[in-house]
Design a protein around this ligand. Structure first.
Ligand code: TXE
Length: 496
């Protein structure tokens, strides 16, 4: 049986990759190929960036008013809503995340297009009460130009939309390069983009391996900005390459987020929060609460409770709404997680749950890992410091508030943190002290198009969602208009 075959989307046209090469994309549940993805090369990069550059400079896009851009984004949001179920299924086929999660994610996705569509015509410059007579000074915000958006495999369309919606609202054009592991949904998205009526070249989607075309995309002289979500090592390389052209960059990188439980918390809620923080999406989220910091006075009782709840998790087909833990998305990621399970043993952590690849008859033939919990972890161990990106929880006890905050912040990352307590003074103090872009109190893993998201420290640069996001795709211009009748001394800069 022949597999469905995707094509590149350039200048609103579907085209084969220039080298006529495709590769297989695998379904993580079966570990079998299910579709063919174009294997883009440098020439495809040239075509896609050329198209985006042309569309930014000439043609219809720059002539549209911000209101008209916003209306196109609304239309796209409506089309995503209409096709959400199909898009969710494609995501599951490609990345193995649960249909219950992807369906909710895809039905929520249009909100980013409505929000940024609405914001498109509300970006206002200002008139500055300038400190010089007979001069009128005002600011305006202008788009940057061609944006390269590079996205990972864990939430492909969500993370792409966090870039596409604000970048288009601001008037830029885009080349999207989805992860080589999960490119299908980006091409399905492009079909809706075309149907929404955007002019040619405004969004271009090409696929291929990061090692083949990543550098070409970032280094290309016609690219003004790179918006990247992915691993920290790749993020560093993207940052270095972008620096060569002094390009604007936003990076959303990894995390090793602490979920901190105090003995005065509602323990049953905290147990659920900790489990959802690490085992939802099989731990493959940048915001995974992969370090559980638990107050020593409740350590044993709390560990018993999370083990008990984690044991009930039903593994299986991610396309079934019954399944609670799905496969790992990619084979390299599966191998990476297994190597960390081995390392946990070597480092002397105690395994109280899991610790191996899944043998359960519920699991498919694909890449399944048992939900795993380790105690006797101290914060300097590699399993406590490094992002595993899998269903692996490191439990670390603490005595008091001071020790909790010190362990929580003793990490190169700073993406998110969870706090479980009923003490309002502690909530306010610790939320301020936590070095993380997002702090959840008595909840975990909440996101919205309305609220900024991004990292402190090595978790990234810039913010996605909320009003902050659109300024990642704009630049301020200051305009000075003189009304004076005579120009003063030309040899001296005018300060008054
Ligand atoms: O990510 P990569 P990988 C973390 C997680 C995971 C690790 C590796 O810890 O185990 O990263 O995952 C493109 N120039 N996260 O290898 O390589 C690549 O094609 C430009 C956390 O899958 O970062 C893909 O489109 N781009 C993360 C994208 O980068 C390049 C989500 C991400 O792939 C490139 C995913 C290059 N030189 C993994 N090389 C999060 N923050 O949520 C590759 N790419």
């Amino acid at each position: 049986m022949s597999l469905p075959k995707y094509q590149h989307f350039i200048n609103n046209e579907w085209c084969d990759p220039t080298n006529n090469m495709w590769y297989e994309s695998f379904n993580p549940y079966t570990a079998k190929p299910w579709c063919l993805i174009p294997k883009g090369n440098k020439e495809d990069v040239e075509l896609a960036i050329g198209s985006a550059h042309q569309a930014f400079k000439t043609g219809e896009w720059p002539t549209l008013t911000p209101t008209q851009r916003g209306q196109l984004l609304y239309k796209l949001g409506d089309l995503i809503a209409e096709h959400a179920d199909k898009l969710a299924e494609i995501e599951v086929m490609d990345n193995g995340k649960l249909i219950s999660e992807m369906s909710a994610q895809l039905h929520y996705l249009p909100q980013w297009f409505y929000y940024f569509g609405g914001l498109a015509d509300k970006i206002e410059g200002s008139v500055i009460p300038i400190d010089k007579p007979q001069v009128f000074n005002y600011t305006r915000y202008e788009p940057l130009g061609v944006v390269v958006a590079i996205t990972p495999w864990n939430s492909p369309l969500l993370l792409a939309s966090w870039k596409i919606a604000p970048a288009l609202a601001a008037g830029n054009t885009i080349v999207l390069k989805p992860s080589e592991f999960t490119s299908a949904s980006a091409f399905e998205f492009a079909k809706l983009f075309k149907a929404a009526g955007f002019p040619p070249g405004v969004l271009n989607v090409i696929s291929g391996f990061g090692r083949d075309i990543g550098d070409d995309l970032v280094l290309h002289p016609q690219v003004a900005k790179v918006a990247f979500t992915g691993g920290t090592e790749t993020g560093k390389r993207v940052y270095e390459n972008a620096a060569k052209g002094i390009k604007k960059v936003s990076l959303e990188l990894g995390g090793k987020s602490p979920n901190i439980v105090f003995d005065d918390a509602n323990i049953d809620n905290a147990v659920k929060g900790v489990i959802s923080g690490i085992f939802a999406a099989t731990g493959q989220t940048c915001i995974a609460g992969s370090r559980l910091l638990v107050q020593a006075s409740i350590h044993d009782e709390f560990v018993d409770k999370i083990v008990k709840l984690a044991k009930t998790a039903k593994m299986g087909d991610p396309l079934s709404f019954e399944t609670q833990v799905g496969p790992v998305s990619t084979e390299p990621q599966f191998e990476k997680i297994l190597s960390y399970l081995k390392l946990a043993k070597e480092e002397g952590a105690h395994c109280v749950l899991g610790g191996d690849r899944a043998k359960s008859s519920q699991a498919g033939t694909g890449w399944f890992v048992e939900p795993s919990i380790y105690t006797h972890v101290h914060n300097k161990m590699r399993i406590a410091q490094e992002e595993i990106f899998g269903p692996v929880l490191a439990v670390i006890p603490f005595k008091d508030d001071e020790e909790a905050i010190s362990i929580a912040n003793d990490i190169p990352y700073g993406l998110a943190a969870g706090l479980w307590t009923n003490d309002i003074k502690r909530i306010l103090e610790l939320s301020n002290k936590l070095q993380a872009g997002t702090v959840w109190v008595n909840t975990y893993r909440m996101l919205s198009y309305l609220s900024p998201f991004g990292g402190y420290k090595m978790s990234g640069i810039g913010r996605e969602s909320g009003k902050e996001a659109i300024y990642n795709y704009l630049q301020a211009k200051s305009v000075w208009i003189s009304t004076q009748t005579e120009t003063p001394n030309p040899f001296v800069m005018r300060l008054k």
